[in-house]
Design a protein around this ligand. Structure first.
Ligand code: G4P
Ligand code: NA
Ligand code: NA
Length: 194
C-alpha cells in the first residue's frame, strides 16, 4: 500500500537494525482518515470471504481492526492482555510470549463473542515473530470458529512470523513488508519496492 510506505518512510524512526518506531501514525497517534483507508484495503483483500468477526489484540491492533470492521460491517473483538489470569470458565485464554519484551502475557476473549459459526479475520498492527498471531489463532480454535486469514499493517519480513504462519497454510496479508532496517534505512520487500 503506497501511502502506508510513504508514511513509514517519512514518519517512521528506525531505532535499531530490528525495531522501527511508528508512534506518529500507528502506536500512539492515529490519523483516522488514513486508518480508514487501511481498513478499506484489508476489507477489499478479504472481500467475499464471509467474515463475521474481526479479532485483534489490545491496544495498537484496535484502530486498524475497527476500521476493517467498519468496512466489512462486522463486529470487532479485541483480546485483552493480563499478566496472570485467575481461572475463568467464561473465557478462552492462551499465553503469548513476546521475544521483543521478554515477557509472557495471557490473552483472553469472552466466550460470548466468538462461536463455531464465526468466520474470523485477525487484524494486527505489526507482525514480528508471530507470537501474538499464534495466540489469537489459538483463541479462534478454542471457539471452534473458522480462521479466514490474518491482516497486518506492517510485517517485519526479516523476522520469522510471516514465514511461520504461511508455512501453516494461513493466508497472511501485509500492507507493507519491511525487508531490512539495517544502517538506519527502511528497505521494503522487492515486489513492493517504491
Ligand atoms: P510478535 O507478536 O509478532 O511475536 O511480536 P513481538 O512479541 O516481538 O512484539 C511485542 C510488541 O512489540 C507488540 O506490541 C508488537 O507490535 C511490537 N513490535 C514488535 N516489533 C516492533 C517494531 O519494530 N516497532 C514497533 N513500533 N513495535 C514493534 P504490543 O506489545 O502488542 O503493544 P501495543 O502496541 O499493541 O500496545
Ligand atoms: Na504494537
Ligand atoms: Na499489536
Amino acid at each position: 500500500m503506497e501511502s502506508l510506505k510513504q508514511n513509514i518512510l517519512t514518519e517512521g524512526k528506525v531505532l535499531s537494525d530490528s525495531v522501527i518506531k511508528v508512534d506518529a501514525f500507528l502506536n500512539h497517534q492515529v490519523d483516522p482518515v488514513f486508518m480508514q483507508r487501511i481498513g478499506k484495503e484489508f476489507a477489499s483483500r478479504f472481500a467475499g470471504s464471509g467474515i463475521t468477526k474481526i479479532l485483534t489484540l489490545e491496544s495498537s491492533g484496535i484502530t486498524p481492526a475497527v476500521m476493517t470492521g467498519l468496512a466489512l460491517q462486522a463486529p470487532v473483538i479485541f483480546a485483552r492482555k493480563r499478566k496472570s489470569l485467575t481461572l475463568n470458565e467464561h473465557l478462552y485464554s492462551t499465553e503469548v510470549y513476546s521475544y521483543t519484551k521478554k515477557e509472557a502475557n495471557d490473552i483472553s476473549i469472552s466466550k460470548d463473542y466468538v462461536d463455531s459459526d464465526d468466520v474470523v479475520l485477525i487484524i494486527d498492527d505489526i507482525l514480528a515473530n508471530g507470537q501474538a498471531a499464534l495466540g489469537m489463532i489459538d483463541l479462534v480454535e478454542q471457539a471452534g470458529a473458522t480462521l479466514e486469514g490474518i491482516g497486518v499493517v506492517i510485517e517485519k519480513g526479516f523476522q520469522e512470523g510471516g514465514k511461520m504462519l504461511r508455512e501453516r497454510g494461513i493466508r497472511v496479508e501485509s500492507l507493507a513488508t519491511i525487508a531490512s532496517l539495517a544502517d538506519g534505512h527502511v528497505t521494503f520487500q522487492s515486489k513492493e519496492a517504491i
